[in-house]
Design a binder for this molecule. Sequence first.
Ligand code: PGA
Length: 257
Amino acid sequence: MTVPDLSRRVKPAVQVASSTDEFARLASDVVTRQLGARPDSALAFPTGATPLPLYAELARRCAESALSFSQVHSFNLDEYVGLDPEHRASYHAYMLEHFFSKVDIDIARVQLPNGLASDLDGECARYERAIASVGGLDLAVVGLGVNGHLGFNEPGTAFDVRTHVTFLAPETIDHNVRYFGDRARVPRQAITMGIATIFDARRVLLLASGEAKAAAVRAALEGPVSIDVPASVLQAHPHVSAVLDRAASALLERLVR
Ligand code: PGA
């Protein structure tokens, strides 16, 4: 169990894409390289708008037999509490629609947190055990919240926390209203891998696109390492790459010129 060593600072490899196609290609190349090195890798996957081009490109490569997910162990970063997996806005439904139904992944090797579990803390412990049972995460693909969150680790979450039940920050609820149509319908709680779970991955790929993420990208990659910006912990991770589009990279001063 790693407690992130914050005294270490490693420069992340940042790539900036000039188009959505290039964004998809650069992000997919990281996953492709990982599966080339280890076809049975354990991967963590995010949801949201950001990874959609990645999933489309991975599906395309899989259809062309350039890539296979048949041996991959897949773990989602998070899932809402209390939402039926059949609900359109659940992350179960999202992953099935955008990725699992489009690639040759073995559904028996796919895991998402069960937000309907009667014992939510027990479910969190089970999820950690499931990740450990395949030897830990080889590559965690993560998106970035407008507030710097990773998974549903909202600002203020301790860096040494593992999979847990959490409350969504107000800005995250606002960001996700579009999937529910009405703020009142957005679940208030989720199960999320903790920062320590994500940090323990051997590699991390951070994805961010759009102007709305520019300040969070700057804070995460160039700002102080602080629990106020959960993604800033990645500055202490030895193997982080970031794929950004131009808009999301616009406020970086040191890493991109
Ligand atoms: P988005 O969500 O890709 O829909 O912006 C990312 C996140 O909140 O982590």
